[in-house]
Design a protein around this ligand. Structure first.
Ligand code: HAM
Length: 412
């Protein structure tokens, strides 16, 4: 084919599409149980929304956004993530005044101009939740519990749950200043990436993968030593609740996440099978303030559907089957049209060939499509206004009326 998908973008069909649907179905079930409802926001937003939310100095904003001017010469961006748009929707809807507590879930495409590799695409799909108006350590623990529950429902095992706290806004600010001073002292020995981040986004240096950086960071000031009483108690409470909820987590004090809006709790769920982070999230109580001078406590997470999908075994997909395969000869008769339409009206899944084929060919197709029944419409049957129904499991064959056939098929 002359035309290909763009690099890092994929067509999804058959098993992969089924896995996608299964993820959405399972997640929706779990989220509804916890009192969440669906929110749908646009794929395209003002560029400034993401710059202000995700942070000017993050890789996502700096390097990875699909940004262009629309025909009205406005700078617009294909969403690289869901949180900013969902918070915008909440504030635009006036919900912070009329209906402050909202627990929302969403799914859809996200766009990041990254270097494509397994589990990393330029168009990918996320399923996520955002909750507004609640600030409670117990609630935060239940958000983590829900994230784990939805992955476990898909039979995904070997997960490591990592948590950290970035402290509240003032603790975080205090720490960033001290950390930056430390990084400047060690500037010459840092990797090139970390040198840039020292000035632009010092917190991000903490999760540098560079070996030498890691050595240097062993002596860096500890984020948690700069927490005020409120930040300390809040995080301790979350850990206590997680333990009470039987959640086995790891405390990872280097976990800072790649987006700038987080405060207090941050968490990630990593598959120990392939080391991919499949889900990430945290609290972002200061984001509404940055965007619109509002105080709105908020927490959420998002998971990569492609990353979850690659961990789902094929054998948990339900086997596809057909209720009835219709076998006929010569051409489609009026009687056959009546039969097809009555089967459909009775919610019976029926299939047949649109061009006449041999009996053997049709029986082979019935097997391939895993049909439970075959209905044969031969010359005799048409004359007698009857049908031959063959149960494909037992191979028992009987000549009966259409109404009787429908009864049999529906009582499988
Ligand atoms: P994030 O960590 O940037 O967080 O993305 C969440 C998940 O999306 C990742 O853990 C990963 O599974 C998936 N993901 C990210 N980039 C790609 C990619 N290029 N290809 C495939 N999958 C990818 C957020 O987006 C935040 N909005 C999460 C959040 C919600 N925090 C609070 N509320």
């Amino acid at each position: 084919m002359k035309y290909q998908t763009l690099k890092g973008m994929n067509d999804i069909y058959f098993k992969e599409a089924k896995k996608y649907d299964l993820i959405i179905k399972n997640a929706t079930k779990v989220f509804l149980k916890y009192g969440y409802s669906r929110v749908i926001t646009p794929n395209l937003e003002e560029t400034e929304l993401f710059k202000r939310s995700v942070g000017d100095e993050t890789d996502v904003v700096n390097k990875e956004m699909y940004t262009f001017n629309d025909k009205g010469d406005r700078s617009v961006t294909l969403r690289p993530e869901g949180t900013a748009g969902v918070l915008r929707a909440y504030i635009n809807g006036g919900l912070h005044i009329s209906n402050p507590i909202n627990k929302w879930f969403y799914y859809g495409t996200m766009y990041r101009y990254e270097r494509p590799q397994k589990g990393r695409y330029r168009e990918f799909h996320q399923i996520g939740v955002e909750c507004f108006g609640i600030k409670s350590a117990f609630f935060d623990a239940t958000v983590v519990k829900m994230a784990i529950e939805f992955l476990e429902k898909l039979n995904i095992k070997d997960l490591s749950i990592q948590i950290n706290s970035l402290g509240n806004v003032s603790s975080r600010k205090k720490y960033i200043k001290v950390l930056q001073e430390f990084l400047i002292e060690n500037y010459d020995r840092l990797s090139e990436d970390s040198k840039v981040r020292t000035y632009k986004n010092p917190l991000r240096v903490l999760d540098s993968k560079d070996k030498n950086d890691k050595e240097i960071l062993k002596l860096a000031p500890n984020l948690h030593d700069y927490f005020d009483e409120e930040s300390l108690t809040y995080f301790k409470d979350i850990q206590r609740y997680l333990e009470k909820l039987n959640i086995k987590y790891e405390l990872n004090t280097n976990l800072v996440r790649g987006l700038d809006y987080y405060t207090d709790l941050v968490f990630e769920i990593v598959s120990t099978k392939d080391n991919h982070t499949i889900l990430g999230g945290g609290r972002y109580d200061n984001l509404a303030n940055i965007l619109d001078n509002k105080d709105i406590p908020a927490i959420g997470f998002a998971a990569g559907i492609e990353r979850i999908s690659s961990l789902i075994q094929d054998n948990i997909l339900e086997e596809e089957s057909l209720d009835v395969y219709l076998v006929y000869f010569d051409q489609i008769s009026d009687f056959m049209i009546d039969v097809v339409s009555k089967l459909i009206d009775n919610d019976i899944r029926v299939d047949f060939e649109y061009k006449s084929k041999s009996f053997n060919y049709q029986m082979k197709r019935a097997n391939k499509l895993n049909a439970k029944y075959v209905l044969i419409l031969g010359e005799d049957e048409i004359k007698e206004n009857m049908l031959t129904l063959k149960n494909m499991k037992t191979s028992i064959q009987e000549k009966i009326s259409l109404n009787e056939a429908i009864e049999r098929i529906k009582n499988v």
